[in-house]
Design a protein around this ligand. Structure first.
Ligand SMILES: Cc1cc2nc3c(=O)[nH]c(=O)nc-3n(C[C@H](O)[C@H](O)[C@H](O)COP(=O)(O)OP(=O)(O)OC[C@H]3O[C@@H](n4cnc5c(N)ncnc54)[C@H](O)[C@@H]3O)c2cc1C
Length: 313
């Protein structure tokens, strides 16, 4: 995807900082970086997924997947998607005091502090680093058992779409949807889409189009007339006018058309991506397993050839 309508990071170091690189945070980062937003993911500290013995219920892995391989795939994907990954623990998030207002300062344990336009929390076990933002005490639930006072992040603090009462702050997890890895990943996707919808609106994309992006489509499905930008211009203008009664910015429309056209790929590109995708998967499988499987395949092929040549009669 292009970052054609990319809102300049300006006074911020990053457009988006994601705290947590587990299933939820990796999904957030993949979505926001694919859109072209400068995304930094912090990942260190207490992890739910690393306590799991073997992941059996995440679709796409018929015999399950070991956590080390799963984690390697997640982190490879967030880097490949365009994020920067920092293995550091976030200790606090505070408001960034600028004349323009908005944005955050993120303080990690070891590295330099960074600023970001938007921050996403994605740490199932922990939300304490957000408490400096909690002027009204809305994030924290306090309980006392046997005289011991404990404080926990309120799982119902974020809205169902991952937004929060604080502009620019999103919470994927902790939330009511982090009990299973696939659900946490889905929650990351929902939260990223909320963030991207906000970003797209701020970039001048009309509300009616704000949620439509990031499908990769087959060029063969595109009728000839839709190869012509003019068809897209008319279609998008009509949709916007119908919804708002207004016209929209021409440069924004053209960049949206670039984005749409780039999402259609031809058969050669589909084949290239298939090959590259499978090569990348192989990188995550133990070499001994790859070699053992290759030998089995070779032996089966040799047996086929021998049979075809009439061998064994
Ligand atoms: C024992 C056990 C077994 C489980 N088994 C299964 C199972 O079989 N199937 C299943 O679907 N689910 C299972 N789960 C649940 C699953 O682990 C969670 O649903 C899922 O991992 C939640 O994803 P998350 O990204 O929100 O959080 P996490 O998996 O906790 O990931 C958060 C990441 O953020 C990092 N982090 C934390 N704090 C900070 C910070 N301050 N700064 C920077 N980084 C930080 C952590 O190191 C971690 O990598 C199990 C959980 C446990 C505890």
């Amino acid at each position: 995807m292009t970052g054609a309508d990319h809102e300049p990071a300006g006074e911020y170091d990053h457009d988006v900082v994601v705290i947590g690189g587990g299933p939820a945070g990796s999904t957030v980062g993949i979505f926001t970086a694919r859109y072209g937003l400068d995304t930094l993911v912090f990942d260190r500290g207490r992890s739910s997924i690393r306590r799991c013995a073997h992941l059996k219920n995440y679709p796409g892995f018929p015999a399950g997947i070991d956590i080390e391989t799963f984690y390697g795939l997640l982190h490879d994907h967030i880097r490949e998607g365009g994020c920067t990954l920092r293995e550091d623990l976030v200790e606090s998030v505070t408001a960034f005091e600028t004349p323009a207002a908005g944005g955050f300062v993120v303080d990690p344990q070891d590295g330099e502090q960074v600023t970001a336009r938007r921050v996403v929390a994605a740490t199932r076990y922990d939300g304490e680093y957000l408490w400096p933002l909690d002027a009204d005490g809305e994030m924290v639930a306090t309980s006392a058992e046997d005289g011991d006072k404990t404080e926990q992040f309120k799982k119902d603090y974020p809205n169902a779409d991952g937004s929060t009462p604080i502009e620019g702050l999103y919470v994927a997890t902790p939330s009511g949807a982090d009990e299973q890895a696939i659900i946490a990943a889905g929650r990351g996707g929902v939260t990223a889409r909320t963030l991207l919808r906000d970003h797209r609106r701020a970039s001048g994309i009309p509300e009616t189009l704000a949620d439509h992006y990031d499908w990769v489509r087959q060029r063969a499905e595109l009728d000839e007339e839709w190869h012509d930008r003019e068809t897209w211009r008319e279609y998008l203008d009509d949709r916007v006018e119908e919804a708002t009664g207004e016209q929209w910015n021409v440069a924004t429309r053209e960049s949206e058309i670039d984005r749409i056209l780039a999402s259609y790929i031809d058969d050669d590109e589909i084949a290239n991506r298939r090959e590259r995708g499978q090569d990348r998967l192989l990188e995550h499988v133990d070499n001994d397993r790859v070699l053992a499987r290759a030998r089995e395949i070779e032996a089966a092929r040799d047996a086929d050839t021998e049979r075809d040549n009439g061998g064994g009669d």
